[in-house]
Design a protein around this ligand. Structure first.
Ligand code: BGC
Length: 645
């Protein structure tokens, strides 16, 4: 498969996975290998050494004003999480029914993918009314109840806000498209086109015209669609049913800010801003230069999207948005969908040293990456130099801003498949979870990631629901495979719905990969996540400590130290990224620590459960190891990043 979601990246176009990945993971061979890997684990292979006081702290909700820095944010795709009314589609009451599970897992906030009324061309990312709930998912009253019940579970709710575009069925667009002179005539990006003939030619008021430039949609084809009523083209970065709003019009900004106020007034904790770098386009409508020879999966040229992505004016909008959101009490948060070419490029999205834009633009460099960043390039999988480099950059290139780490979402193949090798998938998934949850970063998870849910791409084009999979078949099979129903039990429809016709089929591995089975299995990936989150919540160093990468030339083991704030002890993390045992002799003196004494906090290696010294340890293949160093840390030497700021 070629990757369905091509990220908007200035200067180049980068997909995030490799051809053929999904077919590989659909095979019985892979399922067999995974089951064997789980069965081969030694009994009681996971060890958590957490004191009763730490456990108590973990269970106590925090009123931390910067709650989002320490949070585990859990993305829910509402169609796929839990169906409460038996129609085969998930809904808000379904999410409410599962809050106990989410609280037990240790989730601090939910990011719910768009729940607004929508024709569902892009499954909610085509919004036709921003101040209501799609009847498929429930009502506003259901939303209020979800919010209130979530609060009782100490869980905040972050909504997905689609600012860049609306549905073509939104009343604003219908009005705008009706004539050239209506009050909303300038709410979208309209162009007469230019005189000419060609594949996208239309008869305009003064003769044949073609689109004004070569801009392409991320979902394939020209980004310009003809409107017969206006005899003009409108611009759409995504599907043609998703016309781009004209953010140069202050009335548009006002209207969208009002929409956000509507939800902030109800009590949401903030927004994940969809496709935010693409809000504005070049006013001169200049052609974008070709970035590289060849074509993408949709058959379009590879353009450098310098005139449709990351325009400087977007930052003006974000600064005004931040002022508006900061006017609300309760530490609301702005998260950005920011696929960027390198880590340093993230800093401006925070507002640099002024911290006056997004609190949490997503760092997608660590978790979603293809080799060389090339179109259809092979997925990097568990690549130690890449992980070490990007994790280091995350701590050194964002100024004093706070990173947001993510390995899974609704647009990319599941991390289990991207990071697995078909043999050590479970171990590799634990390594990813350990990085996600022990790093100095907010952690963003996607439903089912905690279980090791896998990607189930449709085998036949007639089963595809995601339009890019329909138009792009067979090169582009769409994103359905990562949106299959949450796997709760080994019963019918995996406990997701009572309707056998679920909107997408339940993943074929649900009998072993599900919440009920994994809750009963101390060796499961679910329990691994629970323990890591518990540790992350209760441990002062993991919450507030700095980070020092250790042993930077080791080709096999990723190790780092979370340096301790006052009255805490440093935490040592080591991950064996190879299929061979790796011996380590760890010297922490350069970090100001003069002991090798440790206490194991969490490991999946029996042999390390009672480790007491770093003087010499052996990590079994793909082992994860988290230990507390038995010494208060001294002040960090120059160049070592400090703690929470
Ligand atoms: C969302 C996609 C969506 C696109 C258009 C993305 O960034 O994550 O799922 O298709 O925006 O709204």
């Amino acid at each position: 498969m070629t990757h369905p979601f091509v990220a908007p990246i200035q200067g180049k176009v980068t997909p995030f996975t490799r051809a053929g990945t999904l077919a590989r993971y659909l095979s019985f061979a892979r399922c067999f290998a995974m089951a064997a890997a789980i069965a081969c684990l030694a009994p009681a292979a996971l060890h958590a050494r957490i004191t009763p006081a730490e456990l108590h702290a973990a269970a106590t909700p925090t009123s931390d004003p910067t709650w989002w820095k320490h949070a585990v944010i859990y993305e829910i795709y509402p169609r796929s999480f839990q169906d409460s009314n038996g129609d085969g589609i998930g809904d808000l009451d379904g999410i409410r029914e599962r809050l106990t599970y989410l609280q037990r897992l240790g989730v601090d906030a939910l990011w719910i993918a768009p729940l607004y009324p929508s024709p569902q061309v892009d499954f909610g990312y085509d919004v036709s009314n921003y101040t209501a709930v799609d009847p498929q998912y429930g009502t506003l009253a259901d939303f209020d109840q979800l919010l209130a019940t979530a609060k009782q579970h100490q869980i905040r709710i972050v909504l997905d806000m689609v600012l860049n575009h609306t549905s073509d069925m939104h009343a604003w667009f219908l009005e705008s498209a009706g004539s050239r002179s209506n009050p909303k005539a300038d709410w979208y990006c309209w162009s007469d086109g230019k005189p000419g003939t060609g594949p996208n030619e239309h008869m305009g008021p003064h003769g044949l015209v073609v689109p004004p430039n070569n801009w392409i949609s991320l979902f394939g084809g020209s980004a310009w669609e003809w409107s017969p009523a206006r005899q003009q083209f409108y611009y759409h970065k995504f599907y043609k049913q998703q016309p781009d709003l004209n953010w140069r019009n202050p009335a548009v900004e006002q209207a969208m800010f009002n929409v956000m106020r509507f939800w902030l007034d109800r009590g949401v904790a903030g927004f994940r801003l969809d496709a935010v770098p693409t809000l504005l386009e070049d006013v001169q409508l200049r052609d974008e230069p070709v970035a590289a020879p060849g074509r993408n999966a949709q058959g379009d040229p590879l353009l450098s999207d310098i005139y449709t992505n990351m325009l400087p004016e977007v930052h003006d909008v974000l600064r005004r948005l931040r002022v508006m959101v900061d006017g609300y009490p309760g530490d609301r948060v702005l998260i950005g969908e920011t696929y960027l070419p390198n880590t340093a490029a993230l800093e401006p999205w925070y507002g640099g040293a002024s911290h006056d834009e997004l609190q949490l633009p997503m760092d997608t460099l660590v978790g979603f990456h293809t080799e060389g960043g090339t179109i259809n390039g092979p997925n990097v999988s568990l690549n130690l130099p890449h992980l070490r480099q990007t994790l280091t950059e995350m701590q050194t290139e964002l100024g004093s801003n706070w990173p947001l780490l993510v390995f899974d979402n609704h647009d990319n193949p599941r991390s289990w498949d991207r990071f697995g090798d078909g043999v050590h998938d479970a171990e590799r998934a634990r390594i990813i979870a350990t990085i996600l949850l022990t790093s100095r970063a907010t952690a963003l998870m996607y439903y089912g990631e905690e279980l090791g849910m896998t990607t189930h791409t449709p085998a036949r084009v007639e089963d595809v629901r995601d339009p890019i999979g329909i138009t792009g078949w067979p090169k582009e099979k769409g994103r359905d495979g990562v949106r299959t129903p949450m796997q709760w039990t080994s019963g019918p429809q995996a406990g997701f719905s009572t309707d056998p016709q679920t909107w997408l089929p339940v993943g074929s591995d649900y009998e072993t990969i599900n919440v009920a089975t994994e809750t009963a299995d101390p060796r499961s990936l679910l329990q691994w996540h629970e323990r890591l989150i518990e540790l992350r919540r209760s441990n002062g160093t993991l919450r507030n400590g700095g980070t020092v990468m250790l042993d930077p030339t080791n080709p096999s083991v990723l190790s780092y130290l979370r340096t301790a704030p006052a009255d805490s002890k440093p935490i040592f993390i080591a991950l064996n990224i190879t299929a061979r045992p790796q011996r380590l002799r760890v010297d922490l003196k350069p970090t100001g620590i003069h002991t090798t004494a440790i206490r194991t906090l969490l490991t999946d290696a029996d042999s390390l459960a009672s480790a007491t010294s770093l003087a010499e340890i052996t990590l079994p293949p793909y082992a994860s190891f988290v230990a507390e160093v038995q010494q208060q840390s001294r002040p960090a030497p120059a160049g070592v990043r400090g703690g929470d700021r």
